[in-house]
Design a binder for this molecule. Structure first.
Ligand SMILES: [Zn+2]
Length: 145
């Protein structure tokens, strides 16, 4: 099973973003490194949700996403995940989440109602094992506001 390791500071930044965006869905990208099927996140890039109905779906601002991907490249990071929130749950992908998924990386879904974070590869729906709250790599942590 694919794995994603998300250290404690990034986990807390993700939940903070999700709470601040509520009742809208939040969206953001995770930079880090891949070792085979195992990904380690070391940076979080909050993005603006520009979806027409942001309480029910998300669409990352494409210019911001491009800037985040460039910042990752400059920092020798790869895209290791994309996250968004479901303010009213559930922690699994909606039909549009699956339909619009375009990257071969874990898609994290934060269910604010149940305080649950899950991840999947889409469109297949393969569950990704999350390892949450571990220590950050001291030199790699570059959480962005
Ligand atoms: Zn969704």
């Amino acid at each position: 099973m694919p794995e994603l390791h998300l250290p404690a500071p990034l986990l807390s930044a993700l939940w903070t973003h999700a709470r601040q965006a509520s009742p809208h869905e939040c969206v953001g990208a995770l930079g880090g490194g891949w070792q085979g099927e195992r990904a380690h996140a070391c940076a979080l890039y909050p993005l603006t949700n520009i979806a027409a109905d942001p309480e029910r779906e998300y669409l990352a601002d494409p210019g911001e996403l491009l800037r985040a991907l460039r910042a990752m490249r400059r920092g020798a990071q790869q895209l290791v995940g994309l996250y968004h929130s479901h303010p009213e749950g559930p922690a699994w992908p909606s039909r549009s989440d699956t339909r619009l998924a375009a990257y071969p990386v874990p898609y994290l879904i934060a269910d604010l109602r149940a305080q649950t974070l899950r991840a999947y590869l889409l469109p297949e729906g393969t569950p990704v094992q999350l390892y949450l709250g571990g220590p950050a790599h001291p030199t790699a942590l570059q959480a962005k506001e």
